[in-house]
Design a protein around this ligand. Structure first.
Ligand code: UD1
Length: 418
């Protein structure tokens, strides 16, 4: 079991190119199943969740391989087999295959999806829409089977009770090859959903309203082969911006787009850091930053992302005063507080709120990553802390970060896998 070793208390300085987006790659890979042909994805990150999705697609009969910098998926021979539990229960995005399998075959059988240990993460909103499209779900102890007696989803009008990212993506996937028009209201507006819509439109789908809360999808009979270059990962970029700001560093992140990280950029600017968007890069100079106390609340896009909540918790440990962080989406995301306490952090958790008292004199020690974003935040804490930090559970971080040691070392950190 490998661990990450860090000697901290050094400002991050340097340049880095941000990897392709995990949360865009996974729905696009699921979408490839809709088309009995070829899909080529450029800039697809080399992370465990992508490997896991590749394994599932292979078990469904697809050919999946890397060619140069691209991931190639040929779904000509895909079949409507049950999604294998040994992979699907490892990560949440496996649920996105429901929309694709229903769209292509009118039938989908899935185990209950897994993912981070950060909350209950139900899929009721997904099922509500599939029912409206004519699917009859049968839930069992192991998972769910959905069947559309007519063989093809029917267009429908549906409003999501909450703008769930996964339910929006699944509904789009189910609607692309449906009979008739689907109107989806109160959709999530995350940039990765816009990416999915763009990708599908380039494949021949007819989706209007990408980036907005209402999507109108006119069903088409077939899609075509395509190549697509994935956006860079805004959460990875945000993680490194916060790590750099926490160490009062100066970094340039190539591929990072400020418009996808606005609430974070606003916070950093408010704290006296310089954040500049120049072309397709963000240039941060936090050497003169003096963070003060804050209230941060996680919200659906364009609000502050829940996937950066653990990382901002760590950053706020370097601020003067008592900050409050409210988590509105995943109730167990504060698990990291207990690990940070081992490093000397003063964080009090009350229901879905954390009170962070800073500035903390963090000291390196042995800590455990138990989920993806919390694990990355522990690495940032190790960079801020004095002395040595050893993080176990690095496999959780590899679900979403290609090589966090490589990236942070490129920014001057003393970090390696041991
Ligand atoms: C996606 C992201 C994840 C991010 C999250 C919120 C991917 C692969 N994952 O996850 O990194 O943290 O968006 O930005 O893109 N909910 C229900 N019923 C449902 C579906 C969701 O109650 O049927 C609730 C969830 O429990 C949670 C909230 O809605 O409290 C947000 O979930 P959702 O937006 O669906 O997140 P995911 O798509 O799972």
């Amino acid at each position: 079991m490998s661990r990450i070793w860090i000697r901290g208390n050094v400002p991050l300085c340097g340049e880095l190119t941000i990897q392709g987006s995990k949360n865009a790659a996974l729905p696009l890979m699921a979408a490839a199943v809709l088309h009995p042909g070829k899909t080529v994805l450029w800039n697809c990150p080399r992370i465990l969740d992508v490997e896991c999705m590749s394994s599932i697609l292979r078990e469904l009969g697809c050919t999946v391989f890397r060619e140069g910098g691209a991931l190639v998926i040929d779904a000509s021979r895909a079949e409507d087999l049950p999604v294998p539990a040994r992979y699907a229960t490892r990560f949440r995005a496996s649920v996105l295959l429901t929309g694709s399998l229903l769209g292509r075959f009118g039938r989908a059988c899935l185990p209950y999806p897994g993912g981070c240990t950060i909350g209950t993460r139900p899929i009721d909103l997904h099922l509500q829409i599939f029912r409206k499209m004519g699917a009859l779900p049968q839930t069992g102890r192991e998972g769910i089977c959905l069947q559309i007696p007519q063989g093809r989803p029917a267009g429908c009008t549906a409003a999501l009770e909450f703008p769930s990212v996964g339910a929006t993506e699944n509904a789009v996937l189910g609607a692309v090859l449906a009979q008739g028009v689907t109107v989806l209201k109160n959709c999530a507006r995350e940039p990765e959903i816009t990416e999915l819509c763009r990708f599908l439109n380039e494949k021949g789908a007819r989706i209007e309203g990408a980036g907005g809360s209402v999507l109108t999808i006119t069903g088409v009979d077939s899609l075509r082969d395509s190549e697509y270059e994935l956006m860079s990962d805004r959460i990875v970029a945000g993680t490194y911006l916060l790590a750099a700001a926490g160490t009062r560093g100066q970094v340039t992140l190539h591929g990072a787009q400020e418009e996808t990280l606005r609430p974070l950029a606003d916070i950093l600017r408010g704290d006296g850091a310089s954040v500049r968007a120049v072309g397709k890069r963000i240039i941060l100079d936090a050497s003169g930053a003096h963070p003060g106390e804050r209230f941060v609340r996680t919200e659906p896009y364009p609000g502050f992302p829940t996937d950066l909540q653990s990382q901002i918790l760590v950053y706020l440990l370097t601020a003067s005063g008592a900050s409050r962080v409210e988590e509105t989406m995943f109730e167990s995301r504060f698990q990291i507080a207990a690990e940070l306490a081992k490093m000397g952090a003063d964080i009090e958790i009350e229901n879905n709120c954390a009170v962070v008292r800073g500035p903390a004199a963090l000291k390196g020690t042995a800590v455990a990553a138990r989920e993806l974003r919390g694990g990355a935040a522990l690495a940032a804490a190790g960079l801020i802390a004095g002395g040595e930090t050893a993080i176990s559970g690095s496999r959780f971080i590899k679900r979403g970060y290609e090589d966090i040691c490589r990236d942070l070392a490129a920014l001057g950190a003393d970090i390696r896998e041991i």
